[in-house]
Structure formats: structure tokens, C-alpha cells
Design a protein around this ligand. Structure first.
Ligand code: TMP
Length: 211
């Protein structure tokens, strides 16, 4: 058992989870908790290099299984270097995406077998699972509009997955909702269409009640 708490944020692109993670980190620090923020893919030097390969829109040749293993390669490094040591030290770890992203995107989105994904999860994460997962849910239209706006602002360097067809993103969203239904004790689904501060209040309420 880890003395810390492992909380993950999930949702389709543009759902606002990264903003919400930052706001929750601020709120928890005000409560006197030590908070470690990390992200998948990324979160370590090695992970950031892997992230570049994964999200570069020029890399159209990546096979679905290569993509799968790269996401887990980044995760294995993050688990070893950041997440496990921080949990062992009793910190709260907030992670922007984790294995549920892989089940939603590579599983439901690309059609890879959940058993294959879970086998890699066992190798990369050694059974580490989030204590709580906040799924920020938005509709596809909002997702597309926000992702386009973000890519227009920050360039197209990270748009490979955003560029997938709307039907791909629809499968990912349905996949997330199915995962949440399957594990209601771990997942909290939050409507991400509300204003930022209203979503942040909901997130803080859930954390206060559960963590
Ligand atoms: P981000 O923009 O939320 O940081 O996520 C990067 C992209 O990678 C996003 O489109 C979702 C995708 N992704 C997967 O397809 N599988 C995964 O396991 C993870 C962590 C992210």
C-alpha cells in the first residue's frame, strides 16, 4: 500500500482536464498537501522525447501496436521515476492521463484488445492503479472546437491524435463512459461543459469527500 494518493484526470481532447488538474493542485496545496503534477505521455525527460514521436503529425507510419508500446514506455519511466517514489513519500500525485487513456484511445478508438493493453499495463505499472479517476466529460463538438483552437494557438506539433476522424473520438468518448460504468467506485464523471470555476468546485467537492 502506498501512503500517498494517486489521482488521475481523463477525458477526450479539449475536455479541460489539464486546467482542472492545475486548479486542484493549487487547492490541495492550500490545504497543506504536497502535490506532484505529472502527465502522460511525458512527465520525465525520456517521456517527453517519446511524447514528441507519438504526437508529431508527420509520423503517420506508426503502427497501432508501436503506438501502444510507446505510450506504455513513457508510462513505465514515469511510474519508476516520478509516481512510485512520490506516493511512497506520502505525496498526492495528480496525473494528466494514465492507463484509462490507453484503454479508451488504443482499445476503443483503435480496436486493440483490452487483454493486450492490460498485459502491457502489468509490465509497465506493476499493478499501480489510481485511487480515484476524474473523467471530465464533454460532447464531441466542444472537443473538436477546443482542440482546433488549441492547435491554432500552439502550432500543429502535437496534433497527430487530434487529427483523427470524429468517429474515432466518438469511440474514445463512449469507451471512457463504459470504463466509468464498469468501475463506479474509482471513477467520478464530471460534466466538463460547465464554466471552469464550476467544474473546479465539483472536482474539489469530490476530492474532499473521497480522499
Ligand atoms: P494530451 O494532449 O491530453 O496531453 O494527450 C496527448 C494525446 O495522446 C491525446 O490525443 C490522447 C492521446 N493518448 C493516447 O492515445 N493514449 C494514451 O495512453 C495517452 C496517455 C494519450
Amino acid at each position: 500500500m502506498n501512503p500517498g494518493r494517486f489521482i488521475t484526470f481523463e477525458g477526450i481532447d479539449g475536455c479541460g482536464k489539464t486546467t482542472q488538474l492545475r486548479l486542484l493542485a493549487e487547492w490541495l496545496r492550500k490545504q497543506g498537501r504536497t502535490v506532484v503534477e505529472t502527465v502522460e505521455p511525458g512527465g520525465t525527460d525520456i517521456g517527453r522525447q517519446i511524447r514528441k514521436i507519438l504526437l508529431d503529425p508527420a509520423n503517420t507510419a506508426i503502427h497501432a501496436r508501436t503506438e501502444l508500446m510507446l505510450y506504455f514506455a513513457s508510462r513505465a519511466q514515469n511510474v519508476e521515476e516520478v509516481i512510485r517514489p512520490s506516493l511512497a513519500a506520502g505525496h498526492v500525485v495528480l496525473c494528466d492521463r494514465f492507463t484509462d487513456s490507453t484503454l479508451a484511445y488504443q482499445g476503443h478508438g483503435r480496436g486493440l484488445e483490452p487483454d493486450t493493453i492490460l498485459a502491457l499495463d502489468r509490465i509497465a505499472c506493476h499493478g499501480l492503479r489510481p485511487d480515484l479517476t476524474l473523467l471530465i466529460d464533454i460532447d464531441l463538438e466542444t472537443s473538436l472546437t477546443r482542440a482546433r483552437r488549441r492547435n491554432a494557438r500552439s502550432g500543429q506539433e502535437e496534433s497527430r491524435i487530434d487529427d483523427e476522424h470524429a468517429s474515432f473520438h466518438a469511440r474514445v468518448r463512449d469507451g471512457y463512459l463504459a470504463l466509468a460504468r464498469h468501475e463506479p467506485a474509482r471513477f467520478v464523471v464530471i460534466d466538463g461543459r460547465a464554466p471552469i470555476d464550476a467544474v473546479a468546485r465539483r472536482v474539489a467537492e469530490e476530492i474532499a469527500a473521497r480522499v
